[in-house]
Design a protein around this ligand. Structure first.
Ligand code: SF4
Length: 184
């Protein structure tokens, strides 16, 4: 796997201060994609164990809420093995850190429909994932006012709650944050 960039202290892609890993490679081809350069699996730099160590170390401070995986497409089959290992290590060594994944695959494509994302590693990734922002970017549904997503078809999904319920449970944190800011 290659990666395009690691952003430390990122506050745009999930709640709190996060480490965001932008991986290389995406086949969705959404018109208007914000990061077309990352469609190429060969762009960027090779991801190896020293990069993994750096990412895990960056999560250690108390002020860092967790990790966000985005891209590119973290759930392309080529990217899943290394990312599943990374997430399992984070959950083992730093279990209080949250995991967000941005994917062009929909929840349905990951859980019930056939898709190329369904590999032997997908379950390991979903087991470690707290929040999934799902679905391809739809230019016609682009809305700058949306928090943590680009177009209104994309959903912010509470993964453990959805898996327990057997249906999509939307993440409630955004509502809580909105209430908090209206109190200020
Ligand atoms: S899924 Fe994301 S990275 Fe891939 S083409 Fe769509 S917007 Fe771009």
């Amino acid at each position: 796997m290659n990666y395009a960039e690691i952003k430390y202290c990122d506050i745009a892609n999930g709640v709190g201060v996060r480490t965001s890993l932008f991986v290389a490679g995406c086949r969705h081809g959404c018109p208007g994609c914000f990061n077309q350069i990352a469609w190429d699996f060969a762009m960027g730099k090779p991801y190896d164990s020293s990069v993994e160590d750096e990412i895990v170390a960056s999560l250690e401070p108390d002020y860092v809420a967790g990790i966000t995986l985005l891209g590119g497409e973290p759930l392309e089959p080529e990217n899943q093995p290394a990312l599943a290992d990374l997430l399992m290590r984070i959950k083992r060594e730093l279990p209080n850190k949250s995991v967000w994944i941005y994917s062009g695959f929909t929840w349905e494509e990951l859980t019930e429909l056939e898709s190329r994302a369904q590999t032997a590693h997908l379950e390991r990734m979903l087991n470690c994932c707290d929040v999934l922002v799902d679905g391809r970017f739809e230019q016609a549904l682009y809305d700058i006012s949306l928090r943590f997503r680009g177009s209104s078809n994309q959903r912010i999904i509470d993964v453990p709650a959805s898996r327990a319920a057997g249906e999509i449970v939307l993440w409630q944190g955004d509502e809580i944050l909105a209430k908090r800011s209206s109190w200020q």
